[in-house]
Ligand binder design. Sequence first.
Ligand code: NAD
Length: 380
Amino acid sequence: MAGLVMNEKMRLGIIGGGLMGREAASAFGRWFVLENFPVQAELVAVCDLQDKLLEWFRGVPTVKLFTRDHQELLRSSDVDVVYVAVPHNLHERMYLDVLRAGKDLLAEKPFGIDLKAACIIADAVKRSGRFVRCSSEFPFLPGAQRVVQAVRSGKLGRLMEIRSGFWHSSDMDPSKPVNWKRQNATNGEIGVMGDLGMHVVHIPFRLGWKPLRVYAQLQKIYTQRPDGKGGFAPCDTWDNAMLHTEVSVGGEEVPMRLEMKRLAPGEMNTWFLEALGTEGGVRFSTKDPKTLWVFERGKEQIWQRIEIGHQMPFPTITGGIFEVGFPDCFLQMWAAFTAERAGALGEKFRCATVEEAVSSHKLFAAALESHASKRVVVLR
Ligand SMILES: NC(=O)c1ccc[n+]([C@@H]2O[C@H](COP(=O)([O-])OP(=O)(O)OC[C@H]3O[C@@H](n4cnc5c(N)ncnc54)[C@H](O)[C@@H]3O)[C@@H](O)[C@H]2O)c1
């Protein structure tokens, strides 16, 4: 996109101004760091049920519409694109409302509370003709992009094993109060898979690694948590999920293990991906965000540790030697959404598609079936 100048404006509305809604506001607030980016982004409207959050958004100078009613936001002719970041039980209704209002959508994962909801949304997207993508930002980290490049280079030889995972640890604390993400009614029966799963499958799916079959190990570790009012509330979601799958690569079946954990000792938002082949291997984890591990089988077998800096898919003013973090990859995801919507993405990595989001739900539904039956489930 070198040489392009800012000539178009994308006006945004946010429904759900909680953890992620405010993160999105932060990305739009420093949009100018993107170099030679063809589209400007401006946050103009926000909807949340909580007054204290609406109050927070009053500190964002471009926001003109503050509402508790998402339909009011959707009626606004000033909004082109909507980011919806609400509990999973509200995804279907809100996403359908956005499409009916004729707006484009960046939908938060897991794209509906279950497979049925995801299929209904996907059908509505098709009928609407709107531009819709699903949120998943970690692939936009430089280390993750280097893993993608290494796999696509073909230099790994015959692939032997793939591992992709996302680990959290705050639920190790039994005194952590319950919230909507810990209850089936609001988070979904898929539990931690709905919470962390899209992050784990985005790159594998994009590389063509779609599970042929799955054997799932799901665990409920804490079944109740403090309700914040002196008592306890049920915590009925799956806490940890290990999905043992096989994928077909170059006509060979390759084991791929997908790990999603809320109770992974000491792991604070650790996202990782590794692929091991007969000739080479590659490994990246946000635990060590400047490090890319690259294996080469020569006369000797060598794991090389490469220091990586701020080499983002969409260049910014930040110096190449500086470290990357969560707000950086979140901004990059939005840049990818915006560039693709404007027809200017080129060869760059794109956001998770509707088809990929529905495929993730098919895998999670099969995982529930596998765990319940203690059998391997074939994916069609
Ligand atoms: N991409 C990521 O890395 C990432 C990280 C965390 C969460 N998420 C996803 O983002 C979504 C939201 O999660 P969160 O952590 O921001 O949750 P949150 O609880 O912090 O925020 C949700 C917000 O939605 C608001 N809300 C609820 N009902 C509403 C309604 N009817 N109208 C308007 N607002 C309403 C709540 O008041 C709350 O502020 C979920 O889909 C979650 O899976 C994504």
